[in-house]
Design a binder for this molecule. Sequence first.
Ligand code: UT7
Length: 319
Amino acid sequence: MGYSRIAGTGSYLPERVVTNSDLAARIETSDEWIVSRTGIEARHVAADGELTSDLALHAARRALQAAAVEPGDIDLIVVATTTPDMVFPSTACILQSKLGVKQGAAFDVQAVCTGFIYALATADKFVASGASRCALVVGAEVFSRLLDWNDRRTCVLFGDGAGAVVLKPSDAPGIYSTHLYADGSYGHILRVAGGIAEGKVRGNPFLEMDGQAVFKLAVRVLDECSREALEANGFSGSDIDWFVPHQANLRIINATADKMGIPRERVVTTVHRQGNTSAASVPLALDTAVRDGRIRPGHLVLLEGVGGGMTWGSVLLRW
Ligand code: UT7
């Protein structure tokens, strides 16, 4: 077995920005409450008719360009999303068609906010084993469509966006290790239990969350799986050049970094301008730090996520 390594990144945010003040004008909330509890100042919201595959397409094209790869080179597309364009075809197949890719496999992964970590771990196994020569891994969401915009406990937290990476084989790491976990007995603390079937709303089609239960579980499991990733590869928190966590809440991010002994200036945060974009959050943050020159060749980077399921996991890699 060889390794896989990220050869290029890309991301995309919809044009429309909704600030905390915009929300405070409509519902009983305030910029002060949202910023102090979450760190979020604004989020992007997709336009009517703008689909997950549209956001994914923009991000994918930018990643392909950064990796100097043509659509004809791609032999695997994995899309992490909780908000697919339709029941089927998968968003990965729709993206494949929009990119004009005709070869290889394409499928979706559903692990909510851990989706990109799951998708990257999956594609890593294909590339490291030699089954794939060039994989496109995308996290893309229009989470705004799962929200009750009158529910202040949830609508202030999320946003839309997409991030993508191209994975290629490598003789050296690349990706050192991936660790994935799930505990379905926590399904009730973060879920969308209902939906639209046969033209009718069945159950509650909006996101429901026990915020404090999610918060506590997130801080515990992120610490556990980060430690496991470092120990498995003989590193410690002080070896990390960049920590790129799921962007749900600045308090969760800071608590995890503190427990790991990772200084705040080594933590990539985008949550203040983007909110929680679920499966898109890690690749969006990664692309931001790659493009602004913070993440550079040779750096040790720890990615991690936690989300509905509950699911969680990490990817440790050398840039
Ligand atoms: O990818 C994973 C996705 N989810 C998460 O990571 C979320 C994890 N949880 C959290 O981030 C936090 O629990 C929240 C930010 C969701 C909530 O923060 P909290 O400090 O746990 O607040 P709380 O739920 O205990 O609510 C405190 C008060 C309540 O009022 P009362 O009952 O004390 O009178 C809420 O009704 O704040 C009220 N509240 C709000 N007030 C103004 C809840 N949402 C809002 C709001 N604006 N948007």
